[in-house]
Design a protein around this ligand. Structure first.
Ligand SMILES: Cc1cc2nc3c(=O)[nH]c(=O)nc-3n(C[C@H](O)[C@H](O)[C@H](O)COP(=O)(O)O)c2cc1C
Length: 206
């Protein structure tokens, strides 16, 4: 890869700018084709252990996105008994549903089990490495979507919703849902973020 300080600085600028954005609307920000390209580029180029490519992504836009948050809302309604607690849950669900799209991050357990059989010495590690790789996919897409002008956040309503999600969109049983990323046009700025002293977190020896 050619070295280019400007490109690396652009990358770090995008890394710095990424935040959890909870206030989102369904106003379009970029053409759908661009969102689709981001998801495909991310899944193609984000690394995985042994290049196993175990990530599976589902992009839900517009009505499909709204359907997803409707499913999640109804699932939570069935299990949250306390009316007051459900009110705040409902507010959260409505805020996510107000967005433009959701990316669902899965990991194909069939791939992971195959690796465990093939490389028995690393058996314990493959599920961890699969989670690491999924996190990398999440980060790439989160940062890319926000660089395009969207606001996004990372949510975890799995495994409660897994079965209905798989049924609704006809997904293979071996796909395990890892995370959900609702996104849309930002309607609210993120709060102040605090940082712990870097000296306590990074040690450099030279
Ligand atoms: C592995 C991981 C899991 C997270 N899970 C959730 C979650 O379930 N719900 C949520 O609202 N935010 C979740 N977050 C977002 C973090 O709370 C957020 O990234 C952190 O507070 C820093 O804020 P920032 O994203 O604005 O930089 C998660 C972040 C990571 C990295």
């Amino acid at each position: 890869m050619p070295t280019d300080a400007a490109v690396s600085e652009q990358f770090l600028t995008a890394v710095r700018a990424r935040r959890s954005i909870y206030g989102i609307s369904d106003e379009p920000v970029v053409p759908d084709a661009r969102i689709e390209e981001i998801v495909k580029e991310a899944v193609k180029h984000t690394p995985s252990s042994f290049n196993s490519q175990s990530a599976r992504l589902v992009l839900l836009l517009k009505q499909e996105h709204k359907k997803f948050w409707q499913i999640t809302t109804e699932t939570l309604r069935r299990i949250v008994n306390d009316a007051e607690q459900f009110k705040s849950t409902l507010e959260k669900m409505n805020a996510f549903a107000a967005g433009y799209g959701t990316v669902l991050f899965f990991e194909d357990q069939k791939v992971i089990e195959g690796l465990q059989q093939q490389f028995a010495a690393y058996k314990e590690n493959f599920p961890k490495w699969s989670a690491h790789s999924s996190g990398m996919h999440q980060f790439v897409i989160w940062t890319a979507l926000e660089s395009e002008g969207f606001g996004a956040s990372l949510q975890h309503y799995n495994p409660l919703i897994d079965q209905e999600v798989k049924q609704t969109w006809g997904l293979p049983d071996s796909w395990a849902l890892i995370a959900q990323m609702p996104f849309g046009k930002p309607t609210a700025r993120p709060g102040e973020k605090t940082f712990q002293p870097l000296e306590e977190r990074v040690k450099i020896f030279k």
